[in-house]
Design a protein around this ligand. Structure first.
Ligand code: 13P
Ligand code: 13P
Ligand code: MG
Ligand code: MG
Length: 381
């Protein structure tokens, strides 16, 4: 419908400066220029978190619109030229293919989009994270939309009291399922408590049927079949008037929860809420960061942003995140700081194992003959 508005957030890592810590200002300028030249958009805001560029765009063309995705793709390509010239780290890292096929999904960039009728007042928050994966939104989205200890609106706002529907993606088997909360809370938690596999893709109001939140669920490592960096997800949350208040949407980030990512995409660490200025992961390439930008939409115009986590009220969360980081770092290469073997994006295990294979013998092999037989058996595998 022509009168509906679409909010699209499309993001990619086009090259880090320095290493994987930040985005060079020339890349941000290039992205702004590319979007400004287009007549497809109502408005846009170019932001970044760590080494990821986030294109926040409003338009009237619906979700999965090929022209909008193409615009984002071409914008990232132009940024890649600059990144190559400056020899930025991992230039073009998230553009997995040279040819654009109509939709950036599955091609590297992360996407969160929603189409809705702009309300009388339309406050939205764009959450953007670096050094983690889409499942990182599971815990905060659950708290915002299902936990009355976080969101008092679930108890006292008549428009929220019936609860919300949660759409969950199985990112390994590429399936989805919808849960109705609060009645299916325990069923939902069985799945979303495993954020490496199940991610909340969207949340819908039961009172109006409208989409209230949407996240990016692309898993780069699985798509590419090789290490290309973490998924570094985004999430859009609409607020107020039957939806969580802005403060209810921000509240879950006061308790920095543990997420997968951090150094080499292979560690567990606390998700630290920070301002845009402090979204520069340095210590052990982290700890993982989250930024929250608030906008009031006015006929599609992005009024803002309000850089929410710049607030001193999040100082203590940052301090807690630093304390957790100190503790986890002392574990070095041991789990649970280092991720389990199957979740790591880097591993030398196959190479080390093949080199040492002949030294492994069956436990219980005693005599020289038994040892030789056990070695032979292993060597044959
Ligand atoms: P105001 O009275 O400032 O509009 O705030 C209402 C509210 O819901 C705060 O969460
Ligand atoms: P990014 O996914 O943010 O590029 O980080 C990759 C990495 O290896 C950090 O140590
Ligand atoms: Mg990077
Ligand atoms: Mg990144």
């Amino acid at each position: 419908m022509a009168d509906k508005l679409t909010l699209s957030v499309i993001k990619a890592d086009i090259g880090g400066c320095v290493g994987h810590s930040g985005v060079h200002p020339r890349l941000l300028d290039t992205a702004r220029q590319a979007l400004a030249e287009s007549d497809l958009l109502v408005d846009f805001h170019v932001a970044h978190v760590g080494d990821d560029i986030n294109l926040i765009m409003t338009h009237r063309r619906g979700v999965d619109c090929p022209e909008i995705h193409h615009l984002a793709w071409n914008t990232f390509l132009r940024c890649t030229e600059v990144a190559r010239e400056l020899k930025l780290y991992g230039a073009g890292q998230d553009l997995l293919s040279d040819a654009f096929s109509g939709n950036v999904k599955g091609m590297g960039p992360g996407v969160a989009e929603m189409e809705f009728e702009e309300r009388k007042s339309e406050p939205v928050i764009v959450f953007m994270a670096d050094k983690t994966e889409p499942g990182a939104w599971n815990l905060p989205l659950y708290k915002m939309f299902a936990d009355p200890f976080n969101t008092i609106g679930l108890v006292i706002d008549p428009k929220m009291h019936q609860g919300f529907r949660f759409e969950v993606y199985d990112m390994i088997e590429n399936k989805k399922v919808v849960f109705s909360l609060p009645e299916e809370m325990y069923d939902l938690l069985v799945f979303i408590g495993a954020p490496g596999r199940y991610a909340i893709r969207a949340v819908y109001s039961k009172a109006t049927g409208e989409m209230a939140a949407v996240s990016s669920t692309q898993r780069l490592n699985l798509m590419a079949g090789r290490y290309v960096g973490k998924d570094d997800p985004v999430c859009i949350v609409r607020c107020q008037n039957g939806l969580p208040a802005v403060g209810e949407a921000l509240e879950p980030f006061t308790n920095p929860h543990l997420v997968a990512g951090w150094m080499r995409g292979s560690h567990t660490g606390p998700l630290m809420p920070v301002s845009v200025a402090n979204a520069v992961p340095t210590r052990f390439d982290g700890p993982p960061r989250v930024v929250a930008l608030g906008f009031q939409l006015a006929n599609g115009k992005l009024v803002g942003p309000q850089d929410f986590f710049a607030d001193v009220a999040f100082d203590r969360a940052r301090q807690t995140a630093n304390e957790i980081a100190d503790y986890l770092r002392r574990l070095g290469p041991f789990e649970p700081h280092r991720l389990p073997l199957e979740d790591m994006e880097y591993t030398t295990m196959p190479e080390v194992m093949s080199r040492l294979r002949h030294r492994f013998i069956k436990v219980g092999a005693e005599t020289q003959a038994e040892v030789a037989a056990a070695r032979e058996e292993l060597g044959a595998k």
